[in-house]
Design a protein around this ligand. Structure first.
Ligand code: SAH
Length: 387
């Protein structure tokens, strides 16, 4: 195996529980193509084995703290088995969930999502790409899926010098897969849908919304209607809103699939819709705000915060007395404290007395490692209007 030497600063990152070592902290670069390399510090002390990405700013990603580890089929099989075993309890509530959440499962740059009998993977580093065959083999062995699709159409791969193709890796994968999630069914679109075909990361928050929904309900960034479907179980009437007509067509199909007849589907900009409803002094008993990431980069954060503030302020004003709002942000740059600060400020401006009923985060299958902030991005809160 080839070898890399890292600076004290680089070595310190591993000691602090973060698996990435940047290009500037690699003092002797391996003269080798992407793959696994042994890593030591400048005094020659062995530190472990890492994935090596020659073109990336993130040069090394820790795989194993044992410097003698051999990264072979058995190694991948062992790590993947442990990740799958952590999810055992999810099989009884859903047939779609994440099997591997990258760094959060000590499998840096790898995502594996399970949709019923099929798997969708994302290989997001050059070093990892070198082990594609081993990973596919191990997944076949552990999960025996009917097909494995690579949704490698992610821009991160460009930074690694990799292509961005959607590619069938094994068997066959259908265009649509029926997901069952806490008693609700919807179609995932593994080839063309957002992410790997659905937003699995909000599954438990959707279940929460299903438990508390009542009266007239509004789902503002509905996509294929997955929150709206859970709202439909407890609410008398649900408005599902999205800027994309295509997404709403899917939402309507998903309502029919569940035999729900209490949905109304509105193509609109949520900002304008909320403003118009507020002007009419409309009221909703249950509201969900699950917008796309407004802050995709750090410089975008101030503008994004104003956006979050605006929709949350308006949603609070639209709550009927005793009404409930589930609100979320999936912007990595909007941290938990910033999210709560934004909600406090929106509540103060709303003229309403708002109770923080629950702070929510990521589900079991999207482990957020405390030492790796990048593994956590979803914040959520369940709020209640007292008056
Ligand atoms: N809540 C969904 C995921 C939402 S993804 C789930 O759990 O599955 C974000 C959605 O917001 C996308 O469907 C996108 O079309 C929509 N969207 C983005 N900007 C919008 C806007 N200004 N108004 C309304 N919808 C918007």
């Amino acid at each position: 195996m080839h070898h890399a030497t890292v600076s004290t600063k680089g070595a310190h990152r591993w000691q602090q529980g973060h698996p990435w070592i940047y290009r500037s902290d690699v003092v002797a670069r391996p003269d080798a193509p992407a793959g696994a390399v042994r890593v030591s510090d400048q005094r020659g002390k062995p530190l472990g084995v890492a994935l090596w990405s020659p073109k990336s700013e993130i040069s090394l990603r820790l795989l194993d703290r044992d410097p003698d580890a051999t990264i072979d089929r058995a190694w991948w099989h062992g790590r993947l088995t442990r990740a799958v075993a952590r999810r055992a309890e999810l099989g009884s509530v859903a047939n779609a969930y994440r099997l591997v959440h990258g760094e959060g499962d000590l499998l840096p740059s790898l995502v594996v999502d399970c949709y019923d009998r099929w798997l969708v993977v994302q290989l997001m580093s050059a070093g990892l790409e070198r082990f594609r065959a081993e990973i596919v083999d191990a997944l076949q062995d552990i999960m025996a899926p009917e097909g494995i699709l690579a949704r490698n159409d992610v821009s991160l791969r460009v930074k690694e010098g990799l292509g961005t193709d959607v590619e069938l890796l094994a068997g066959a994968v259908p265009d649509e897969i029926e997901v069952e999630e806490h008693g609700v069914r919807y179609l995932a679109a593994p080839w063309k849908g957002q992410k790997t075909g659905a937003f699995l990361d909000q599954r438990e928050n959707r279940a929460l919304v299903g438990r508390i929904a009542r009266g007239t309900a509004l789902d503002c960034f509905s996509y294929h209607g997955s929150f709206a479907l859970h709202l439909a179980r407890g609410a008398t009437a649900v408005t599902a809103l999205d800027a994309s007509a295509h997404a709403l067509t899917r939402a309507e199909e998903n309502f029919r699939r569940n035999g729900f007849t209490n949905g109304t589907f509105i193509e609109a900009n949520a900002f304008e819709y909320l403003k118009a409803r507020e002007r009419e002094r409309a009221r909703f008993d249950t509201i969900v705000l699950d917008p796309p990431a407004f802050a995709k980069t750090r410089p975008a954060l101030p503008g994004a915060t104003r956006g979050y503030n605006e929709i949350n302020l308006r949603a609070m004003r639209l709550l009927a007395p005793g009404g409930l709002l589930f609100t979320a942000s999936c912007s990595f740059h909007m941290t938990k404290p910033l999210f709560l600060q934004m909600l406090e400020s929106a509540a103060a401006d709303s003229g309403r007395r708002i109770v923080l009923r629950e702070i929510r985060g990521q589900p079991l299958d999207h482990p957020e490692l405390l030492t790796v902030p990048e593994t956590g991005y979803i914040k959520g809160a369940l709020l209640e209007a007292l008056d």
